[in-house]
Design a protein around this ligand. Sequence first.
Ligand SMILES: Cc1cc2nc3c(=O)[nH]c(=O)nc-3n(C[C@H](O)[C@H](O)[C@H](O)COP(=O)(O)O)c2cc1C
Length: 325
Amino acid sequence: MNFATRYLGLNLASPFVVGASPFCDNAHLARKLQDAGAGALVMRSLFEEQIDPPPRIASPAMPGAGGPEEFPEYADYQVSPDQYLRQVGHLKQVLTVPVIASLNGQHPGNWTDFALRLERAGADAIELNFYRVVTDITVASDQIEAEMLDVVGRVAGAVRIPVAVKLSPYHTALAQLAVALELAGAAGIVIFNRFYQPDINVNDLEVQTHLRLSEPEETLLRLRWLAILSPHLRGTLAATGGFHTAEDAVKALLTGAHAVQLVSVLLKHGPAVLSSFLRGLEAWMRAHGYESLDQFRGLLNLKTCKDPSQFERANYIRTLQSWKV
Ligand SMILES: Cc1cc2nc3c(=O)[nH]c(=O)nc-3n(C[C@H](O)[C@H](O)[C@H](O)COP(=O)(O)O)c2cc1C
């Protein structure tokens, strides 16, 4: 059975990629994940705020925002930029699968130059994560998107290795944006960032955020957008968010993913779960007479599935009409 896939122009022996997380902080654990069947590993993110620390002087509150954001101090981050570069080099010595570094930012700035240092340290690709919560009512969506395109252009223009963009689902015209990001230099799109939503503690009257691992229901949003984007992109797509079983992964491949990133399921069950993903994928492929991923990737995307309206507005109307009391 052939599980090979091409993701970001890299040849991976398996479509299961360890998503950005602390796993790569430990080279021994990273090696275990590779040996259990990971096709590539994404390192935790290095943040714009670490590379280009924002000024600490108080600035006037932005209209519509609560005030200047308080980011962690330099020492509060688990890995410094220099340690990160050393870890890229270390992982490259220990692993044979591609190592993908992750840069996480929002504004165009000097931090994007760090991409070249990641490439020189040995990274095989860069995943650019745009995690942005826009609370400023004077900032319009076209400005945000122009800044994203600027950042992608800067990073992709500075390095020869491929650059993936990890997106949030909260964009007005996501399909157009994904195509524009490709034109700006992205070799792939990763969907979607999970937003860690703050909750309200009604006893202490406080706002609190906990890191909750994902739930399988979260895959449905990803599958819909894989299906919508896959016919239009020339580059590759990765799914992230809620993929906990081989069946979930098969659905991602059927809607057009080239790679499926896993984090929560690995944190819960450890590296051995990768072999159950591979066994499950093999069993499904055998049952359906497929020998390679290329034979069925994208078979159920918006262009190729029998009923594209399932992914569109008509499905929403039909679904609401199906409920009777
Ligand atoms: C403990 C932890 C740390 C994470 N760190 C990062 C990170 O540094 N950068 C990033 O882009 N995503 C990070 N993520 C998000 C994951 O890469 C992934 O997109 C998300 O967890 C959804 O995938 P999952 O359902 O397989 O967990 C992290 C997730 C967890 C649980």
